[in-house]
Every structure is written in C-alpha cells, then in structure tokens.
Write a protein that binds this ligand. Sequence first.
Ligand code: ADP
Ligand code: GLC
Length: 469
Amino acid sequence: MTRVLSVAPECVPLIKTGGLADVAGALPAALAECGVAMRTLLPGYPAVLGGLADTRSERRWDDLFGGPARLLQGRAGDGVFYALDAPHLYDRPGGPYQDADGRDWPDNDIRFAALCRAATDIAADGAAGWRPQALHLHDWQAGLVPAYLRGAMPKGAPGTLMTIHNIAFAGATPADRLGVLDLPEAGFTSEGFEFYGRISTLKAGLVWADRISTVSPTYAAELMRPETGGGFDGVLRARAEDVSGILNGIDLEAWAPPFRSPRGKRRHKAALRAEFGLPQAPGPLCVVVSRLTHQKGIDLLVDALPALLGQGGQLIVLGSGEPALEAALRGAGDLYRNVAVRIGYDEALSRRLIAGGDAILVPSRFEPCGLTQLYGLRHATLPLVALTGGLADTVIAANDAALKIGVATGFTFAPGDRTALEQALSGMCATYRQPDLWARMQKNAMRHPVDWGASAGRYAALFAAIAHR
Ligand code: ADP
Ligand code: GLC
C-alpha cells in the first residue's frame, strides 16, 4: 500500500462548505481499493475536534505561527484523521475561512501556513510511526507544503500532488508577509510564488509540486487558456506534461436514491411540493442546490425564469452566499407562485430536493467539476447545465444524435448566456411534455457512471509514480 497524507481545509463527515469536502472525504475509501492508504490532515476547527473519536495527541509545537499547537489523531466514519489543534488559529465561531458575517478571516494566510507546516513535519518525522510516501494537496490552503518541504527535506521528501479544485482562489497575500509565513525571499519571483506583486500560496504549489491535477479534463484544458486560467495559465502551460484532469466521482452508497421505482420518485416530488406549498403544475419541477456566488450563474437563472415558468415549470432553490443573490432569489420567490426559495445550508433538504426534483439546474459561469449534476444523474433528476468545465464532461445533451443512440442525459447551454439558458429551459420543458422520451433519458442518466472507479485508479497511478520509497 502506498501511504498518502491528504492535506485538506475541509472534509466530510467533519466539515464542509462545498464539493472539495465531498471529494476529500470520498477519496480515501475509493483509493483503498487501488492500493493507497490515505489519511487526512485537517485544521482543528471546533467541528473537527468535536467530531473525532478515539483521539490521542501525537506531537506538540510550542509556537506554531503565534501559539502552541498539538497534533491529534482520531477517527471519523471509516477515515483516519489528523487534526491540528491550534486554538489561536482555529478555535473561533463562524466558518473555516470566514466569520459569521462572511468576511475572510484576516489571518487566513498563517492559519493555512500552519496546516502546511504541520504536514511538512509529519512528512519529515512521521506521526505515531506512520510516515507518508506522498502528499495530496488540496487548493491554496495546502499550497505552501512543497515550499516548506524544499527547506525541511532537501532529500527524501515524499512526492507531492497539487490538486486545483477552483483556480479562482489564489491564496494571495501581501508581499510583506514573507517573513511571517517563513518563506524564502529567493522564492518571491515569477518562477516562484510571486503572483502580480503578491504571494500566492496556490502558485507555490503549482510551481513546486511534483504533479498537478484538477477535477475534470475540460477544466484542465480551460486552465491553460488566458481567458479561463485565472492568471495561472502560463504557469500551467509551462508544466503541461505534469498536469492531469481527473474527473470527480461521487460515493454511490452515500448518494443512493431513496426510491426504487418511478412511482417512488413521484412520491418524493409530491412531498416536496407539499413542503414548499407549490401547486400541481404541467411542467418540470426544477431544483438548485448551490453556493450563491457569481461563479454559479444564479443571477442569469433569475433573469431567465419566465422561460421556465411560462411553460408550467417550477423551481425550488436551496443556497446561501452573496447577499445580493440571496435578495434576488427571495424577490423571485415573492413574485412568482411557482418559485420557492430556502436561504441556508441544509444537507437533509439538499437530498430531498435532489431526490424529488425532475431536473437539477447548474447554470455556472465556470465549474471545475460540479457535483450536484452527478447527484442528479444518480437520482434520475435530469441536469440542465452550462457547457463548461466538469459540467461539459458529465452531461450528454439531448440533441438528435445523442437521443438516437440512447445516451442523452440532460440539457446544456453556453455559459454566461441568458438567451441560451432560456432556450435550454424551453427545450427541457418541451422534452418533459414527451413522457416516454423523458423516462428514457432518466434511464440513461441512472446508467451514466458517476462512481470513483476509473478516477481513483488514475489518482492511485499518480501516487505510485511520485511516492518516495
Ligand atoms: P462547489 O464546491 O463549487 O460549491 P460542487 O457542486 O462541487 O460546487 O459541490 C457543492 C456541494 O455542496 C454539493 O455537495 C452540494 O450538495 C453542497 N451544497 C451546496 N450548497 C448547499 C446548501 N445550501 N445546502 C446543502 N448542501 C449544499
Ligand atoms: C470546487 C469547484 C467544484 C468542484 C469541487 C470539488 O469547489 O468549484 O466545481 O466540484 O471543487 O472538486
């Protein structure tokens, strides 16, 4: 077995704000079948410390970026976790990255530098006799690990794989934080972690990790282009040979549909309508489960709503995020009888929506992979998605050719284009009026592979290639 330490800022079942947590949480089990023994290092947020069982303390730091810290080892579900218990950094109310009002914690750079330092120390010394041969680094929060390893372990360091879940988050911090972050001045160049005059922790990872991956093949290609590379396209083109696009999967058991037949699914739909006070309607019941940010294109959907509602469609949205988007959605909920909006984060409700909806809408401007369309496929809830990133890799549009050979699973439109979204919504409603066709697409959707199988194998091969022996 190849021993791999996953360094993640969030991970189910302990702490989650988005898809990264699902991916970090599902990979250890999927990889165990491919010869990889993965453990996960997380910041010791209150939810993490409270959720771990059988914890024991494995090492201490007298001063880790401004305060004492301990490394705890524990279990949650089937997973083995290390938690960095550093109260001065993580023991606060609010979320992993932001306070309760949605403002980034001002010391986020050191909060995650500490996580990277802890990972480096585990790489160098092991923890309770367990020493990783490779490290899996998730997003900017883990980006400094390769930089620290260069200093701490010039020889014999474990291999590193940097995974980009979302290039929009660069982990940028002012140049004068160099000393505080314990980074070498020589690294502050365009070949190193300098990024438009600032330090980017993501760039440190992209420049120095042994391999780079991102969460879908299409997003990997998009990242190499200036329009969609978030400023990192040059760095990534220079490393093109080391970059892989590996599609996310979902845990099939964790996301098993709560019904066995179309009739069962219809009961879930009826229950949803009752829960949200929606009337019977001739069109599809659409659902959205999303962070509410510019990325997700929710504003486009609000503008395009008449195209759906005019054909008897309905919409239920569950999400939270930017106040302006929350307000726009609330406004639509007040205005239209066939729109219901729930602002908040609610895992149980998200599952009821995905089970009971006819269609799930993901109108993102960009989407590295996206998971809710995969849950949709699994539940015969047909996805309507923007043709971008992983959405383009996972949904097969209902065009004539795809319908003819029986592979169509959903509906697509050009990202960022309101008119195209309206057309896609109309096309979806027209398909819904042909129950046999809709049912055939539901079968196709449920057959479409969304498991981790093939992708876990690709990760395992990467870890085997970079593992230190
Ligand atoms: P991202 O990571 O960019 O937010 P993904 O589609 O990869 O997008 O993952 C989002 C994850 O978060 C999914 O598991 C989705 O079900 C969940 N999620 C998003 N918003 C909510 C919410 N308001 N309540 C419950 N779950 C949510
Ligand atoms: C990011 C992306 C999302 C992806 C998730 C898991 O949050 O925005 O598209 O599915 O990471 O990789």
